[in-house]
Design a binder for this molecule. Sequence first.
Ligand SMILES: C[S@@+](CC[C@H](N)C(=O)[O-])C[C@H]1O[C@@H](n2cnc3c(N)ncnc32)[C@H](O)[C@@H]1O
Ligand code: SF4
Length: 461
Amino acid sequence: MSSSLINTVTPEMIKRYNRPGPRYTSYPTVPVWNHGQFSEKYADSLYQEGLKDRPVSLYVHIPFCRQLCTFCGCNKYITGNKQKAEEYLSALDNEIAGVAKFLRSRKKLAQVHFGGGTPTYLNTDQLERVVKMIVSRFDVIQDGEWAFEADPRVTTNNQLEALYKLGFRRVSFGVQDLNRDVQKAINRNQTVKQSWQTLTNARSLGYTSINLDLVYGLPLQTHQSFCKTLEEVDKMRPDRLAVYSFAFLPGMFKSHKRAIKEKDLPSPEEKIQIYLEAIRFFSESGYVMIGMDHYALPEDELALALKNRTLHRNFMGYTTLHNMAQIGVGVSAISDFGDSYWQNSKDLDQYLGESCNKKLNPRRGIQLDKEDLLRRELIETLMCHGEISIPDFETRYEINFSKHFEKAWTQLEKFDQEGLLKLNSRKIDLTPIGMLFTRNIAMPFDRYLTESSSMNFSKTV
Ligand SMILES: C[S@@+](CC[C@H](N)C(=O)[O-])C[C@H]1O[C@@H](n2cnc3c(N)ncnc32)[C@H](O)[C@@H]1O
Ligand code: SF4
């Protein structure tokens, strides 16, 4: 995206579009899923998956962290009590055993992702145990994607080495912001040296894909201060970068309410300037923008998938893998079987209790109907490619597009007049400016979103 295009984003546009809205890592979004006890239905779904021949993508949630970063919106549990982690590993073992049992046939495992919290909160023996729990129950395919998230402040070279030996080749490090004042405001002191050192260690061990996470819109962050962070991060030259918009949710997270002062947050105008600066900066330094908040080096497979239109999006973000049964294990973990979503309890003690009793017990779930599947595919295509072929959807879903989405169509015409997209009877084509507001453009296709339900989400800018 060129600087001149960026200059066409007006303050009025920002005002109009900066409203709460989903990030669409799933559709329907999590808040509309049903609550209840779904042991039997989930077991049944796993059984159905076992009969299908799709490979598995396994997400393992490790919720522990040593210290609370006050901006954090993840499902985490702050503790120094190592016993809790031991208890957790037993529960995890029971859950993975249960999942494997209900899958019936032994499944091929194509992708493993350890997320958190901080997976490297666990020591090398514990990490090895988790891997053993997995490989003893699945057939690990060669060249599968094994990835983990790690906090450079607590990740040792020993851990990186152990995880490499266990088959991990991808790692994602949290950086957020390198400015000391911003770090103080989010209770996360992380020196530039710590980030550099951990990344260099990973690289020299042979990790082939290294991602860094940054967050824009944090307290005390300014356009100028973030530019310095960008310059420093660019010198590290990670393969991928995620630059997330700070999801400030004081109604949902106590630490946001108590520790983040609203007056310290950049104004919406400054926040979008920071965002646009990141786009300009990384585009000029040779990264390819992937969707709304990711960047990759041109030779990275995400960049190639974008070019070849084989890019997909799921709970873990953008991916090249498709048509897998995604199984989530651990507290708050989500499973996606294509036509149903499930989420484990978000409460650690409840999760521990249920898994220790050898019970699988997702607490939320939703079965998708044909209309949901259509809308999900539309939203995913918009998020990944910024382009919809109308005849393609009309043929496959047997609909008259403009009639079926009559209300959304009126909204699309407005977006067209405002220069966010080009609309005709065959195509919806987002303009480069429209790509900045993809979440807003996807929202009219969300049949569950109402003015009040949208308030549960962070703002789109
Ligand atoms: C599980 S953490 C990464 C691993 C490790 N715990 C760490 O912090 O280094 C996942 C990432 O989510 C992002 N994140 C967390 N809370 C967020 C929020 N409220 N808004 C936007 N991004 C957030 C951060 O960039 C963070 O690195
Ligand atoms: S940002 Fe990472 S380290 Fe910090 S509390 Fe969240 S999960 Fe833990």
